[in-house]
Design a protein around this ligand. Structure first.
Ligand code: ADP
Ligand code: AMP
Length: 214
């Protein structure tokens, strides 16, 4: 089964993709994570992406299409995959259609997680993750069970993303509305789109997604 999770930054795509990855044994493919790995590695792609990401702008379509194309062929995608953060523009959605055709694959569901802009700012500015295993948390909505200790691996070190600050969030929301929101219609007109209420608590959003998938 192949899925796309759509939604503005902070909607809960990564949180939900991790849960669906385990529930359906399919691979979570986050283009934001892939780019952050390139930045950490200091690669040519990372050097080009870093400034754009810090400014809250999208990286060029060709760059991201190149990265995702090869990733779909990896072994962990044989049961399917969840795209988290891709596609983010209409040309990326069109390129994905071509890629899927060439690989004789199809998209089963496109889930749009709907939230309002003010909730997103709060979610993004309160987001942090375990520096060791990457498990995601929120200062208010998803605290570790024991303060300062990762539920998943017991580490006591946490980190925040360089682009998760109030100023960059505004730019990311602008980019979302101008460049990404139009792909909702792209998939709706193809009959693939399912909408879920992302303002609900995390568990309820998972239930809505599973109900739509099943
Ligand atoms: P995205 O991948 O769409 O950018 P995340 O999954 O990283 O978003 O979620 C952003 C932040 O909001 C995280 O800190 C997460 O713990 C929190 N969060 C996710 N879903 C919800 C929800 N339904 N209600 C409240 N907080 C949420
Ligand atoms: P995310 O982790 O999904 O919030 O993405 C973080 C940043 O990576 C975005 O603000 C963009 O700069 C960049 N990025 C991630 N995915 C894409 C994409 N599909 N197209 C363009 N830029 C992307």
């Amino acid at each position: 089964m192949n899925l796309i999770l759509l939604g503005p930054p902070g909607a809960g795509k990564g949180t939900q993709a991790t849960r669906l990855e385990h529930a359906y044994e399919i691979a979570q493919l986050s283009t934001g994570e892939m780019l952050r790995a390139e930045v950490s590695a200091g690669s040519e792609i990372g050097k080009k992406a870093d400034g754009l990401m810090k400014a809250g702008q999208l990286v060029p379509d060709e760059m991201i299409i190149g990265i995702i194309g090869g990733r779909l062929d990896r072994d962990d995608c044989r049961n399917g995959f969840i795209l988290d953060g891709f596609p983010r523009t209409v040309p990326q959605a069109a390129a994905l259609d071509v890629m899927l055709d060439e690989k004789h694959l199809r998209m089963d569901h496109v889930m749009s997680i709907e939230v309002d802009d003010e909730a997103m700012v709060k979610r993004i500015t309160g987001r942090f993750s375990c520096a060791k295993c990457g498990a995601g948390y929120h200062e208010e909505f998803q605290k570790p069970k024991v303060d300062g200790v990762c539920d998943a691996c017991g580490s006591t070190e946490f980190s925040r993303r360089a682009d998760d600050n109030a100023e960059t969030v505004r730019e990311r929301l602008k980019a979302y509305h101008a460049q990404t929101a139009p792909i909702i219609d792209y998939y709706d007109s193809r009959g693939l789109l399912r909408r879920v209420d992302g303002m609900e608590p995390i568990d309820n959003v998972t239930s809505q997604l599973k109900a739509a998938i099943d």
